[in-house]
Write a protein that binds this ligand. Structure first.
Ligand code: SAM
Ligand code: DTB
Ligand code: SF4
Length: 345
């Protein structure tokens, strides 16, 4: 398992699985040092992008994702809620903006949206954008036509996660395939929407699955602009409640590897922060995480309250990042990120 250290920092889509494993095998201090070095070449290391999530349609989802409190198959005591009114969403977005968020992410417990629901979401996107916020939605699988409609409504980002490796996938979800996910990601990319795509750690997968998931993300034709790395939030009633928690050092390792594989992408320290110490979050930022969800709630579960996050940012000297042009092609054109022409080791 070899990796050519001199090539780190290049934007490449031709990583081999062996190279990814080689990064995982590095001593922790070396890995975090390389990740932080690459991070500094592309980002201000003291800035973190801040998004706020809202569940615009909650529960009663027909899918069987083993981690999810919103699946209709598991009794998690969650109250189902119909699609929210546009006005209510706008009020919540305004409050998020006033609290300091720059991106507003609207999540719906759909397998895939019906066109009549999509029309309402498009109205939400237009209205949230008028507030000066970046917009993000996560609505399940999309057809190419639906992705184009969302783009036309002004959607900036679409979140659709791989969740885990192709190999481990059917231990977690049986109601749609890994390929379905890749198809939606392609539709989103083709429509010209920024891609937000990552996964969940701590579902009983092995390190080889974590490496394979990051490898798939980093070998997509273009890296996702945003890469959420979630730690499983265990919810009573879901099949994954009681799963053995992941070693926190292994979680940080994944953040560092994601940073090295996708140097121009925002890596989001996503769900699971409520269960993390401030020290662990600081290590994640050091390893190259530069985005978080901000606000008391994720979709249905808790997130650190804003007072705790404000105090953490203050202690670490972190400032919220102003919205900017999405990285990737834009930065490549400016010549800030070298293209991937490094010969493989
Ligand atoms: N229903 C849509 C879908 O699955 O694409 C959108 C919403 S779904 C809740 C978005 C993502 O949230 C999932 O793909 C998963 O990665 C993450 N997620 C859901 N439940 C989680 C949990 N308990 N812990 C960590 N991440 C979770
Ligand atoms: C993502 O990767 N994480 C967010 C967002 N994308 C939609 C969702 C986390 C959900 C955690 C469980 C819940 O609150 O329901
Ligand atoms: Fe439904 Fe999304 Fe939850 Fe899966 S992750 S059960 S698709 S809401």
């Amino acid at each position: 398992m070899t990796v050519d250290i001199s090539c780190l920092g290049q934007v490449r889509s031709d990583w081999t699985l062996d190279e990814v494993r080689g990064l995982f095998a590095l001593p922790f201090a070396d890995l975090v040092f390389h990740a932080q070095s690459v991070h500094r070449r592309n980002f201000d290391p003291n800035q973190v992008q801040v998004s706020t999530l809202l569940s615009i349609k909650t529960g009663a989802c027909p899918e069987d994702c083993a981690y999810c409190p919103q699946s209709v198959r598991y009794d998690t005591g969650l109250e189902r809620e119909e699609l929210m009114a546009v006005e209510e969403v706008v009020n919540r977005a305004r409050a998020a903006r006033e609290a300091g968020a720059t991106r507003f992410c609207m999540g719906a417990a759909y397998r895939s949206p019906k066109d009549r629901d999509l029309r309402v979401v498009m109205e939400m996107v237009r209205a949230v954008r008028e507030l000066g916020l970046e917009t993000c939605a996560t609505l399940g699988m999309l057809t190419p036509g639906q992705a184009v409609a969302l783009k036309d409504a002004g959607l900036d980002y679409y979140n659709h996660n791989l969740d885990t490796s192709a190999e481990f996938y059917d231990k977690i979800i049986t109601t749609r395939t890994f390929q379905d996910r890749l198809d939606t990601l392609e539709a989103v990319r083709e429509a010209g929407i920024n891609v937000c795509c990552g996964g969940i750690l701590g579902m009983g997968e092995g390190e080889s699955d974590r490496a394979a998931m990051l490898h798939t993300l980093a070998t997509l034709p273009q890296h996702p602009e945003s890469v959420p790395i979630n730690q499983l939030v265990q919810v009573e009633g879901t099949p994954l409640a009681g799963a053995a928690p992941l070693d926190p050092i292994e979680f940080v390792r994944c953040i560092a590897v994601a940073r090295l594989l996708m140097p121009g992408s925002h890596v989001r320290l996503s769900a699971g922060r409520s269960e993390m110490s401030d020290e662990m979050q600081a290590l994640c930022f050091l390893a190259g995480a530069n985005s978080v969800f901000y606000g008391e709630k994720l979709l249905t579960t808790g997130n650190p309250d804003v007072a705790r996050d404000d105090a953490l940012f203050h202690r670490l000297g972190i400032q919220p990042e102003a919205p900017r042009e999405a990285p990737g092609p834009a930065l490549l054109q400016e010549g800030r990120l070298p293209a991937g022409d490094c010969p493989r080791a």
